[in-house]
Design a protein around this ligand. Structure first.
Ligand code: IMP
Ligand code: MG
Length: 180
């Protein structure tokens, strides 16, 4: 096993099936819509690039980056590090996130995007930790519900490490609490 990882939670094959299922569902439900997929950097970058290739209808993509986390603890503060390149008015926006945890980051992002008057706005999260929720938010499309453990890989990091792992793994508790 890779240093710092306790066990594989979702294998490459499992993730591929999950993403295909989501892609099919989204393609069907957005068939007559004006789909704009917004990837929240950096955690959703792997998910986004796999998911968009499973979308069989025309779509536009854009990226934004916010920061709300240091290590494994939520500060509750959200800063916009990179805003969208295009106005979202007239688009059916689908926000693509790696994980819905406390929900604080996504609540903030959704409110901010709603104020820009998109035609509609929905949320797609690869992973959902319902037990960790601290705000009134749920995803319209969820890949997998998981327990309240800190996970890394497939885009998810711990202090910018492990994003390149092709699977989602549970971080060893020894690594989880250290600053580096
Ligand atoms: P929330 O505001 O608590 O929902 O947190 C959202 C962000 O925290 C996610 O987009 C992730 O970047 C990060 N995060 C939350 N849980 C985990 C985890 O288990 N592993 C890695 N990053 C996480
Ligand atoms: Mg994220």
């Amino acid at each position: 096993m890779i240093d710092g990882i306790d066990r594989v939670l979702l294998s490459e094959e499992h993730l591929s099936e999950t993403v295909s299922r989501l892609g099919k569902k989204i393609s069907l439900e957005y068939k007559d819509k004006n789909l704009l997929m917004i990837s929240v950097l950096k955690g959703s970058v792997v998910f986004m690039s796999d998911l968009m290739r499973k979308i069989s209808i025309p779509c536009t993509i854009d990226f934004m980056e916010v920061s709300s986390y240091t290590g494994t603890e939520s500060s509750g503060e959200v800063r916009i590090l990179k805003d969208l390149d295009i106005p979202i008015m007239g688009y059916d926006v689908l926000v693509v996130e790696d994980i819905l945890d406390s929900g604080k980051t996504l609540s903030y992002i959704l409110e901010m995007l709603k104020s820009r008057n998109p035609k509609s706005i929905k949320l797609c999260a690869l992973l959902d930790k319902p037990e960790a929720r601290r705000s009134n938010i749920c995803a319209d499309y969820v890949g997998e519900k998981i327990l309240n453990e800190f996970v890394v890989g497939y885009g998810l990091d711990c202090n910018e490490k492990y994003r390149n792992l092709p699977f989602v793994g549970v971080l060893s508790s020894k690594v989880g609490s250290s600053p580096n």
